[in-house]
Design a protein around this ligand. Sequence first.
Ligand SMILES: N[C@@H](Cc1c[nH]cn1)C(=O)NCC(=O)O
Length: 436
Amino acid sequence: MNSWRAYTVWGIGVFAYLVAVLQRTSFGVVGLEAADRFHAGGAALSAFTVLQLVVYASLQIPVGILVDRFGSRVMVAAGAVFMALGQLQIAEAESVVTGIIGRMLVGMGDAMTFVSVLRLVPLWFSGRRSPLMSQLTGVIGQLGQLVSVIPFLALLRATGWSQAFMSLAALSVLVVVLVLTLLRNAPPGTKVEPEGEPEGTRAVLAAAWRQPGTRLGMWSHFTVQFSGNVFALMWGFPFMVAGQGYDAQTAAGLMSFFVVVAIIAGPPMGRFVARYPLRRSTLVLAICALTAAVWIAVLLVPGHAPVWLMAVLVAVLALGGPSSMIGFDFARTFNPSHRLGTATGIVNIGGFVAALLTMFLVGYLLDLQHALGLSPQGLYSLDAFRVALSVQLLVLGGGVLALIRVRRKVRRNLAAQNVRVAPLREVWADYRARRR
Ligand SMILES: N[C@@H](Cc1c[nH]cn1)C(=O)NCC(=O)O
């Protein structure tokens, strides 16, 4: 535990995840070139992203089950093989259909990576160190997005479409080699299997789902992550440029700010979770409240939102990535290690399903207003965006209600084990009494 070998194994896993994030985001940064190459309009281009995410989200539970059965090493290597094949396909593709097949292969490989890498953490690091190491996994992985925005885009502009995507495929081949030579599932002698008879797939899935802590993780991931995903992956740029009238450079700057805040916020959040494990859901609820408050301010402010207010929104949305790691921490602490992959897969579905649902609803509401003649200033007018983006508050509200319900169950179970979570007012009164 916590040895140099643990750091080497984890380092290879994190590198594999960083490359997966690079593969995932590589298409988004070459939108103009892609539109040109595939002769595709906005709807066809968004199909690339949506289908990739659908594949990613729908594979989370199968991947979780497979990683519990075969371990992280095989799964991370297989994921890298799929991503290499997908990028080779994109390098050669010239039609929307062949391009989308490539992106779906990338989505498949991507789906196998994060859950498998995260499973390494509790097996190689002690319980106290795990929250920070999980946060660092998420944070360092996000750097893959910066690699796609800067060096990958520069490479594409210098060498052309096919060479650039072939280079991405080569990077995944490097991941396969590193993983097969250096990554091990657990320290020698670690017992991961349950006592007695091994559980069947259905039993593992049912047990992981029945555990309220897994569902608390899923709803935490659902509520805090989706709004940032919707903004960064689909509607943020059109909202800022076409809706708010910002120039493209300002919008791009705010998007980079998003990545920077997500990276900076990870380690303090990991430390908070390690120090106050009984306050994890309170932190999630606080971030939900903050997200709702800032969206309401941006959507209701008369006229165009000032850039500083948009920067506040971007910063709050960026907290969603690191705080969604709390969901995985619930999976880790409420499930035995032989069920961890499955529980992590269930948690990871939350945010991505919420993001896909919201992306669709926002697009649908924009189209509907236009078709009904309610947005005479254009499909992407500010008023149309105000209505369409408000749907996020409904999704957020639904997720918060589900979270509060399942949290009650978790707390009842904890109370049965003599763990009492004191209400915040009591904690506050205690704190004041001690200061006096
Ligand atoms: N919460 C994200 C990862 C993250 C961590 N910090 C910022 N983002 C997540 O759910 N990741 C899953 C994946 O496959 O990337």
